[in-house]
Structure formats: C-alpha cells, structure tokens
Write a protein that binds this ligand. Structure first.
Ligand code: FES
Length: 104
C-alpha cells in the first residue's frame, strides 16, 4: 500500500511549543508544533508506553510527560538512560494552513 497525506488539523489549532494527539488511519499520532517547524511522531513512549501528549517541547526535542525521556522529533531518536529505543516519525507537511500526515 502506498503512503498518502491525510489532513489532521489546522495549523492554528496547535500553538507553537505545544502538541496534540490524533487518530489517523488507526494510528495514534502526536503532532508537535515547534519553533523549528511541525513534526509528527507515534504517540507512545518507548520507555513504558505512556502517551507523549502534553510533553514539553524545547527546540526540536519532546520530553515524555511521564519520566522525561527526551526524543529528537526530527528522527525519533533518544539518548537517555531510560530507553535507547526511538519512536516512529511520520512525514508531515502544511498545505493551505492544514497539517497533513503521511500514513500507510
Ligand atoms: S513512559 Fe515515557 S519516559 Fe517513562
């Protein structure tokens, strides 16, 4: 199956330095609005599977609200003591003020 972009929210729905979770094609995806742009990741921490929604955003990093594991939103990688496993990232784009995420 090929990937296609699906509209999930308006850009104005998610202020800078905040995030919001959406169900998109059966996947729980967190849209993060950073000072460096929009990113989309799987909304499941690789430490203990907590939701990442509401986590603090600093530059291009997201901190899990549960135990503060830090994930790089550009590639989902992490470098902390809590987990070495990254989180999935999704392609994302903004078209006419709408955030679109690429899903399978
Ligand atoms: S569940 Fe995310 S850091 Fe522990």
């Amino acid at each position: 199956m090929s990937r296609q972009f699906v509209p999930v929210a308006r850009l104005t729905d998610i202020p800078v330095k905040s995030n919001k979770a959406f169900e998109v094609a059966g996947e729980n995806i967190l849209i993060c609005h950073t000072e460096m742009g929009i990113f989309a990741v799987r909304n499941r921490c690789s430490h203990q599977a907590s939701s990442l929604e509401g986590g603090i955003i600093k530059k291009c990093f997201l901190y899990c609200p549960e135990h503060a594991a830090r994930f790089d939103l550009r590639d989902g990688s992490t470098k902390g003591k809590l987990t070495k496993e990254g989180i999935r990232t999704y392609e994302v784009r903004v078209v006419d003020g709408h955030i679109e995420v690429a899903v399978d």
